[in-house]
Structure formats: C-alpha cells, structure tokens
Design a protein around this ligand. Sequence first.
Ligand SMILES: Nc1ncnc2c1ncn2[C@@H]1O[C@H](COP(=O)(O)OP(=O)(O)OP(=O)(O)O)[C@@H](O)[C@H]1O
Length: 342
Amino acid sequence: MAEVRVEGLTKTYGTARALDAVTLAFPDGGFFGLLGPSGSGKTTLLRAIAGFVEPEAGRVLIGDAPVENVPVEAREIGMVFQSYALFPNMTVAQNVAFGLEVRKVPAAERARRVAEVLELVRLGPYGARKPHELSGGQRQRVAMARAIVTRPRVLLLDEPLSALDKALRVEMQIELKRIQREVGITTIFVTHDQEEALTLSDRIGILRDGRLVREGPPRAVYDDPRDAFTARFLGEANLFSGVLEPGGLRLGDGVLVAGARTATVAVRPENLRISLTEPPAPIRLRARLRQRIFAGAMGTCVLDWQGETLKAVGRDRDFADLPAEGEVWLSWDAADTIPLEG
Ligand SMILES: Nc1ncnc2c1ncn2[C@@H]1O[C@H](COP(=O)(O)OP(=O)(O)OP(=O)(O)O)[C@@H](O)[C@H]1O
C-alpha cells in the first residue's frame, strides 16, 4: 500500500490542456473519487499515474518515491477499465492467474492466491467457467480479481461499472467498497456518476478543464461547494442572484440573505420549501410553480423565479396539496444558504 501524490502535473495535447498543474495527494489505503465533466482530464490523470502518459511538467510519487523512471509494469499498479478485456478462451481462474504467471510466481502459490482472490470477489465456484458463461457483474468481478491478485500498491479504476445496468451497478458499488476495505488498497476511481463518487469515496477531487477545482471529503465539498460550478456539478443547486449590500444579499422581493459574499448564493433542491400560504421564514419569495413530477417516493417541483428555473425535491406527499401550477411561496432556512466565492 502506498500514498500516491501528483505535483504540478501538466499534459498538453495540441492546444488542449488535458492536465494543468494538478497537485493532489491520494491517501494511503483510501478510496479517492475523481469527478469532472467529459474531457476534464480524469482519464489522463489516471494514465499519467499508471505511466501510459508522460507529463511535460510535474511528477508522480508513489509511496514518496518519484516514478518517472519506473516503467508501467514495475509501478505495482492494478487497473480496471470499463472495457475490461478478459481473455475469452481462458477460464476465470486462468484469467486471474495470468499476471502471476508473468511474474513467475510458482504454480502452488499461484493456485492458492487465485482461489483466495476468487473467494474475495465471491466467485469461488466459478473458476472453471469461461467469461462468456458469466453475467456482466460477474465478469467485472473477474476483472477486479485480476487487478488485485498481484497485490499492487495502487488500484486505478476508470469507470469500471458504467457498462452495467443501474441495479447491478448499485450492487457492484457495495461489493467494490467491501473488497477495497478488505484489501485496504489505495484506490483512485474515475466516474461520471456523482452519486457513485459520493457513495464510495473517502475523498473526492473535481477536475475542470484540466485543473483541480476542489478536493476534500464528499460531505464537506457537497455542503460547502464554494463556487457555482462545484455546487451545480456535485448534486443540484438553485442559484439566486441579487444585489449585494452591507447587510447581505437583497433578492427580488426585498428579502435579505445574510452571510452572502457574492451576488449569487446557492440552495440545494431538498432545502427549498413550497407553500400556498405565506410562510413565517425570513427568507421567502414568490415563485411560479411550473410542473410537479412524480418519481416514486420522491417528487420534484419545477419553479420559475425571475426567469430562473428552480427545482425543489421532497417526499411526494409534501407536495400533495399544491396545484399543478400557479403562484406559490418559496422559502428556506438561513442555515441552508450556501454562500459562493467570487
Ligand atoms: N491521446 C490524446 N490525443 C489528443 N487529445 C487527447 C488525448 N487524450 C486526451 N485528449 C484530450 O485531453 C482532454 C482530457 O481528456 P480525458 O480523456 O483525460 O478527459 P476525461 O475527463 O477522462 O473525459 P471523459 O469523462 O469523457 O472520459 C480532452 O480534451 C481530450 O480530447
């Protein structure tokens, strides 16, 4: 196991800055989720850590040692990608054993370690099967087994679950977390799915245009996103813009939001309340309800406030008394105002 660090990592393709002076530490034994829009540099960062991409500037350290002169195969990294290519003609056990054979691990120890790791991914009885005789989730477990059987110091996962359907993905998220905990391996995980990143990660990092915009524990980043990009990227956020005054932010109807540092603040959809009668809350605005969407246990209301589209999320029964559309009151607790930085 080892801590991984990148310092000032920079990589340009033509005119595209895939990585722009990224400095970041991935804690030893932790599960780190890398998030960002398409093209923000997530895969490039993983590939630079693995050694497939040579940065123009900056360096990668694994366990305190710079690795620029260490070739890919000697970096002791396990990898799982979305398109985990299993060898189709080999059995599950042979697929898993392959990396050990390459490393000339003796046959008896090989067999023992393959059996052990197949138990770990709950594929004990499946060693003799071929990949085409497995489900998608089982194949993904073989890919995991193959990545960890060589006992790497670092595990890199690039969207490993995105080919699975929603139900299976959720099941595999739980499995992935369990396996990572049991093995205790430093794991760096790239995903498009912010919910997945929030569920699995001890820490997350958000990339935008090759730059690291935010890093920290998921809850801390969610609760205090600091800028509008992060607020909107991680979860959903309603933005309220007004006029900044000494006492706070003045919004449309004369409401004053204390504590604002910029002309825009954010409020999470789950913290917006909607009512037909004027609420006692100090922060209350008139808005127009445009649509109510029923989605099982939770419902969403789409509203319009001064030309901005807003969303409120709650239990569907909390919205039961509301009309399909019309004028409503919108309110939230002062503590749920998220101040943004300029
Ligand atoms: N081999 C390459 N040649 C040229 N440009 C590349 C190459 N690899 C990546 N890029 C560019 O670098 C930028 C970052 O790409 P990268 O694949 O790291 O993003 P990403 O965040 O992983 O995106 P996605 O979520 O879509 O996979 C993009 O603008 C991409 O077009």
